[in-house]
Design a protein around this ligand. Structure first.
Ligand code: BES
Ligand code: MN
Ligand code: ZN
Length: 517
């Protein structure tokens, strides 16, 4: 992955220098043309940086020229300036208007820089102001590292010819303590990339056994972590009826990964504990309630939740998460083999509840039921589950925003705030008691589907809620945001690993003890 570092001056030999630019508010007298403001002034950054940039330019680009180039400093846009002789090239990076300038705009600016600098490899510099708008300096630094590292993310493990390289190093040039924020952003970006790699790996290669092994390898030698992998025998002994029911149709045995991180010096009795649960369907064919071909094409993505919570766990030490974290990931394929569960079958979940399976394609909630029971048994301070759970989530909120449901308003609010800071938006849906009858079964304690075309995301969450004992719990349905169909900003086509950075932010801000939240 791309490396990030801080420096006081622009290093020699850079391929490009990026300068963030704020768009002014459009002025009627100027025919609605937005004025551009340079946040970088000679007194605003290490003088050498600005001098270096000024020396390169053939002339000072005035507003009229910039507008003639069609550049209005809109967020995520870039414009190459005329330089006397390049390299380096000098790129203006749009941050959008001052109003509403947030961390996300810095991520997009950093991504625009590394994308515009192209495939030549090498180092690029980003000149930053002393007092950056949009957030505390440490947060802006982290955002820049995330945007740049994820902006160059590629999954080419399966290409026979090497795709051309990308920028290898970003140097952030400015005064102040940029290094710590860059380090944190790099850790969050690396966790995201690790999750994306797992999710993008074809399901034929990433079976439950392989996924468990990859996680074990990743965690080996990470301070403060332990990892346990349950095989099919242990899963049966532990009475994980939902995981077993889904796994029946597959030739591949299921696994359950349970990993934990304890911060250095934490006293178990007084320290807080958060359990993360992730849906790990390594391939979702729908089972006997088979999906159409079209709907199956992206279903290697159905283990996103598992990849996300396990990647988060692996990054807890780097991000100095102040609480104990456990990640639980039930892993299985959902296949229509000869021993597959049949519509109408009933199984008993770990907590003793019985579930009638009327549609084998509603499998995520079945494996999560058992995992949430395991989580509740640990009596943690909070449980957060992440799952590509329902097509209805995509209908309700689209691909840009995840659905958030749960039983604890304070927990949900802190997740929403973390999502806003991370640029991973989540929005609450209700969990109404009177909708519980949607999942009433003719024969069992509940059925695994609600009413046709009615509140599908809520019905799924209402089933999950029955497996959470009085523990604060939140559920993130990421069916839409888990995958992107285009390269844009710092997301590339394929897995997004949406949720990794929001969860890391949430955990990093989690009160170690004292007030709830
Ligand atoms: N993994 C799917 C949900 C999904 C759909 C994720 C599209 C990402 C994109 C889930 O297992 C599923 O199939 N859900 C069904 C449930 C239905 C049968 C009640 C759905 O939402 O259609
Ligand atoms: Mn399904
Ligand atoms: Zn699924």
């Amino acid at each position: 992955m791309l490396e990030v570092a801080a420096a006081a001056t622009v290093p020699d030999g850079v391929a490009a220098i990026g300068i963030p630019v704020i768009a002014g508010v459009a002025d009627e007298d100027e025919g609605g043309r937005a004025a551009l403001e340079w946040p970088v002034r000679p007194d605003g950054v290490a003088g050498a940086a600005t001098d270096a940039v000024r020396a390169l330019l053939t002339d000072t680009p005035d507003e009229a020229w910039l507008h003639g180039q069609g550049f209005s400093a809109a967020k995520g846009t870039s414009l190459a300036l005329r330089v006397a002789s390049g390299p380096p090239s000098v790129l203006l990076l749009g941050l959008g208007p001052q109003a509403g300038l947030d961390l996300e705009r810095w991520r997009l600016a950093a991504a625009a820089l590394v994308r515009a600098a192209g495939e030549g490899g090498g180092t690029v510099a980003l000149v930053v102001p002393d007092d950056p708008p949009g957030g505390a300096l440490v947060e802006v630094a982290a955002a820049i590292a995330e945007g740049a590292m994820l902006g160059t993310y590629r999954f080419d493990a399966y290409r026979s010819t090497r795709t051309p390289g990308h920028v290898e190093r970003l140097v952030v040039v400015g005064r102040g303590e940029w290094a710590e924020g860059l380090r944190r952003g790099a850790a969050a970006a690396a966790a995201t990339a690790f999750a994306r790699d797992l999710i993008n790996t074809p399901a034929g290669d990433l079976t439950p056994r392989v996924l468990a092994e990859r996680v074990r390898e990743r965690l080996s030698g990470v301070d403060g972590t332990t990892v346990e992998v349950w095989d099919e025998h242990r899963i049966a002994e532990e009475r994980l009826g939902g995981l077993l029911a889904v796994a029946r149709g597959s030739a591949e045995p299921p696994r359950l990964v349970r990993a934990s991180y304890t911060p250095p010096g934490q006293v178990t009795e007084t320290g807080r504990h958060v359990v993360l649960v992730g849906k790990g369907i390594t391939f979702d064919s729908g089972g006997l309630s088979l999906k159409p071909a079209e709907g199956m094409m992206t279903m290697k993505t159905d283990m996103s939740g598992a990849a996300i919570v396990l990647s988060v766990l692996a990054a807890c030490a780097d991000l100095r998460v102040p609480v104990k974290v456990t990640a639980i990931a039930p892993l299985t394929e959902n296949m229509p083999g000869g021993r597959a569960q049949k519509p109408g079958d009933v199984f008993t979940a770990r907590n003793g509840a019985t579930i009638e399976v009327l549609n084998t394609d509603a499998e995520g909630r079945l494996v999560l039921a058992d995992a949430l029971s395991l989580a509740s048994e640990l009596s943690p301070d909070a449980i957060v589950d992440v799952a590509t759970l329902t097509g209805a989530q995509v209908i309700a909120l689209g691909k840009g925003i995840a659905a958030l449901l749960g039983n604890d308003r304070a927990l949900m609010e802190s997740l929403q705030e973390a999502g806003d800071r991370a640029g991973e938006r989540v929005w609450p849906l209700p969990l109404p008691d009177d909708y519980r009858e949607h999942i009433d079964s003719e024969v069992a304690d509940m059925k695994n589907i609600g009413r046709a075309r009615e509140a599908g995301t809520i019905a799924a969450a209402l089933l999950l809620a029955r497996f959470v004992d009085a523990v604060p719990w939140a559920h993130l349905d990421i069916a839409g945001p888990a995958r992107s169909e285009e390269n844009s900003g710092y997301v590339s086509k394929g897995a997004t690993a949406f949720g990794v950075r929001a969860l890391l932010d949430f955990l990093a801000h989690y009160p170690a003890k004292g007030a709830a939240g």
